[in-house]
Design a protein around this ligand. Sequence first.
Ligand code: URP
Ligand code: ZN
Ligand code: ZN
Length: 466
Amino acid sequence: MPFDTIIRNGTVVTASDTFRCDVGIRDGRIAAMAESLTDAPEIIDASGLYVMPGGIDSHVHIAQPSGDGIVMADDFASGTLSAAFGGNTTIMPFCLQEKGMTLREALKVYHAKADGECYVDVSFHIIVSDPTSYVLGQELPALVEDGYTSIKVFMTYENLRLRDDEILATLDSARTSGALVMVHCENEDAIRFLIGRHEANGELAPKYHATSRPVAAEREATHRALSLAEIVDTPIVIVHVSNREAMEEIQRARGRGSKVAGETCPQYLMLTADDLDATELEGAKFVCSPPPRDRESQIACWEGLQNGTFDLFSSDHCPFRYDDDTGKLNEKGKRNFRWIPNGIPGVETRLPILFSEGVAKGRIDLNRFVALSSTNHAKLYGLYPRKGTIAIGSDADIALWDPNKSVVITNDILHHGADYTPYEGLEVTGWPVRVMVRGKTVTDGDERVAAKGAGNYLERGRSSLK
Ligand code: URP
Ligand code: ZN
Ligand code: ZN
């Protein structure tokens, strides 16, 4: 038999083209694409469906330590299963270097958490929180050679933020070693000041999370990150951009010739700061950083997805349980917003939201959907063309989408470990009805088909942004 599986009668969509053809899969890879293919033990009829590259979610937090008694709601099994049901075939979670640890020590911890647990392929970005000369001079260059080709640095969070001199040293090392640097841009000192002022005024409800992290704090840090990157001539990704002013910083930096990629997330299209002002403590469900802004910011983010300011649409999945002492409503969090863990779940809803609000509502076309949800992630993070497209020789990482399937998102239908979704009750049109990783079906309709461990760890090459 020439093929293990043939996907027949579907419409293939890539970042550049949409066309009718059959797809033949052999040994986990796409072996043929033709008008009509025959001869395989498994024939999948994709009539009426789009055959798309599986989603790549390059911004996901799983099982990351988050402070005293706080526990993320997903481990690698639930997080990757949820990802698969949401149309993804690869996710890139963060591996956190805690202060005092080497990067290799951190990686050992995360590999132990992930190995044998995953339903989709995974690859780690390393969060550098302790950029010692050993980390930057010895470890990072060696790790890039070993396929760990991206890192994240933070300009906020007391225990994670780097000073400007540390950011410069990290960027400089990344340039010489070939690592791509993701930057979380918010001004920690300004935020500390505003939190202190809210506390002094007795303003402790979840809504003050948003006012303590204003647009100006994000815009200033975005400008600073771009300036520091320019000084040492290093490409960067500005992650989870929430508003127009930060977008304009990216546009201006590109105008000066800087190599910069931009990312936004569903929460900046679908939520606003008003969601944090819900009754009782419900607002805690929407606490994430940067916080959701206003309607105008949502419009700006859509423009950014359309006009190329954003290359990436990621979830920033960072799940905590709501009604739980280990999550949003921990004892201290109930009393003061500053102790509510930052982050919201979204790995399973990212693509249905972008498809429904973007493609079905005519804001973006199918090819842009694929670019934003898969291809650009593969290119920027060194996986292309093995991942992120439907082409001969690429891994058969495929999501079959029913563009007409209507689904009301409720937490009951999702597979993450959180006890809520920020998108409860949202009706979407378009849903991933079957997901295959390297030619093997992981989910089919509501059913999990693959066993735990079906997902592999991926070593990656260098970024296309150089
Ligand atoms: O609130 C958020 N975004 N939590 C996740 C950590 C991060 O900064 O990406
Ligand atoms: Zn971040
Ligand atoms: Zn994040």
